[in-house]
Design a binder for this molecule. Structure first.
Ligand SMILES: Nc1ncnc2c1ncn2[C@@H]1O[C@H](COP(=O)(O)OP(=O)(O)OP(=O)(O)O)[C@@H](O)[C@H]1O
Ligand SMILES: [Mg+2]
Length: 419
């Protein structure tokens, strides 16, 4: 084993309510029959002997002895993948590899290297370590201005000071594709989302506006705050997977809940997720209603990037509870016709239209009348509050003019729907 190509990593986890992590098991990269590697997981003896131990996720990692391979189509258990860096974090880490090992493609960096290099302040209740007996967190405390500068440099392909690269890497474990860093200020734990030099519209302000409007229409949504850093907009998203005491709350993405890999993620559907809600979630009726309302809202604000890693549920060892909504961001759009990333109704019905939602309402245990009430309420609130919210987040007249009727409340959404 080398530090660039480790063949094992130790999983540490925070049990529900615990303030410190405990050794939980080991991940091992083993050659896959068709080439490449798969990563297996085995619980450690001390963890199995702990009466409070919970399975990291079911059905994929049941408590018990022996190695467990990833499910069909996966190269690592979904719950482990959810704790690792996604496109942005991989890009940051790859930069380090490119500097020390001439790596040019994120796919060339071994999965376990991503897990062991990324920061410890990662999503959910897992961390990955070199040792099963000594916990050494990879954390940083660089000022947000420096992280923003470093993120810009990564995107431009410029050199960054080693210290800053390290700080950005430590904050690289949050998932997603956009530039960001994790930050801790006192007891506040946030994900800071940065703008990108390649943005063609004010993405951060648009996301801030959408997250506020989501709250106003009554969705359960992560708290956000729009701040200026070095004259630039940064969205601070309060984390729902952290507890004031130092505890961490486990959660899994809908991709994991549906047992899919990234490539198969395009087959993930809202109606399959609704089926799992019916079978396994706490508060089935309310959760289905909330899920439906989130779909409607994504259509209202033109968030077509509603893929299966942008939905998640808390996991306590037995039950699933929908997390607050996050990453609701109006997406660039050319013209009217548009589809959601996940199909809303059976048969791949995914057009970004309220009529699609009404047709599928029964699948979310809602009557047509209830579905219409949700849609009409949201369109009314967004229409009434848009100007105030746009003022609050500092959208200029031309910027708001470009968003309204294009990303937000595009007339295409209402074709075939009469309120
Ligand atoms: N409020 C939150 N609390 C805890 N974890 C969060 C929160 N918001 C986001 N996350 C986690 O961080 C990841 C990245 O965040 P987010 O989806 O906002 O980033 P993004 O780069 O815009 O994503 P995408 O690639 O979908 O555009 C999410 O997939 C989720 O796992
Ligand atoms: Mg996302």
């Amino acid at each position: 084993m080398t530090s660039d190509n480790p063949d094992r990593a130790y999983v540490w986890s925070w049990l529900p309510g615990a303030e410190e992590p405990i050794p939980t098991g080991v991940l091992e990269a083993i050659p896959a029959p068709g080439g490449g590697f798969v990563v297996t997981f085995a619980y450690g003896r001390s963890y199995l002997a702990n009466d409070a131990a919970i399975p990291l996720y079911l059905p994929e990692l049941p408590l018990g002895r022996g190695r467990i391979g990833p499910g069909p189509g996966l190269d690592v258990a979904g719950v482990v993948r959810d704790g690792g860096p996604d496109a942005w974090g991989q890009r940051v880490i790859m930069r380090q590899f490119a500097l020390d090992a001439r790596v040019h493609d994120p796919g060339e960096v071994p999965l376990l290297a991503y897990l062991l290099r990324s920061g410890s302040n990662r999503p959910g209740a897992l961390d990955f370590q070199n040792s099963p007996s000594e916990y050494v967190p990879r954390l940083h405390d660089a000022p947000i201005e420096d992280l923003l500068i470093a993120a810009d440099a990564i995107q431009r392909g410029d050199e960054i000071e080693p210290g800053l690269a390290e700080a950005l890497t430590a904050g690289s474990s949050a998932g997603g594709a956009r530039p960001k860093a994790t930050l801790v200020a006192g007891s506040r734990n946030v994900i800071a989302k940065f703008s990108s030099p390649t943005d063609t519209y004010p993405v951060i302000k648009a996301e801030a506006a959408a997250m506020r409007l989501a709250q106003m229409v009554g969705l359960n949504v992560a708290e956000t705050e729009l701040v200026k850093v070095a004259g630039r907009d940064v969205l601070l998203v309060d984390r729902f997977d952290r507890e004031g005491s130092g505890g961490r709350r486990a959660f899994v993405s809908a991709l994991t809940i549906l047992g899919l890999n990234e490539m198969a993620g395009r087959h993930a559907t809202y109606h399959d997720l609704a089926d799992v809600v019916r079978q396994r979630f706490v508060g089935r009726k309310d959760t289905l209603r909330e899920l439906f309302a989130r779909i409607v809202f994504n259509i209202v604000v033109g968030n077509t990037d509603d893929h299966a890693r942008n939905h998640a549920a808390f996991w306590d060892g037995e039950r699933l509870v929908l997390t607050p909504a996050y990453d609701i961001c109006p997406q660039a759009r050319a013209g009217g016709e548009q589809s959601q990333a996940m199909a809303i109704g059976p048969g791949g019905d995914r057009l970004s239209q309220f009529a699609t939602c009404v047709r599928a309402a029964h699948h979310y245990d809602l009557s047509e009348a209830e579905a219409r009430r949700i849609i009409d309420h949201q369109t009314q609130v967004v229409t009434e509050r848009w100007d105030d919210v746009a003022d609050d987040v500092g959208l200029t007249g031309p910027e708001r003019g470009e968003l309204w009727g294009n990303q937000v409340m595009n007339p295409f959404a209402s074709y075939g729907y009469a309120s």
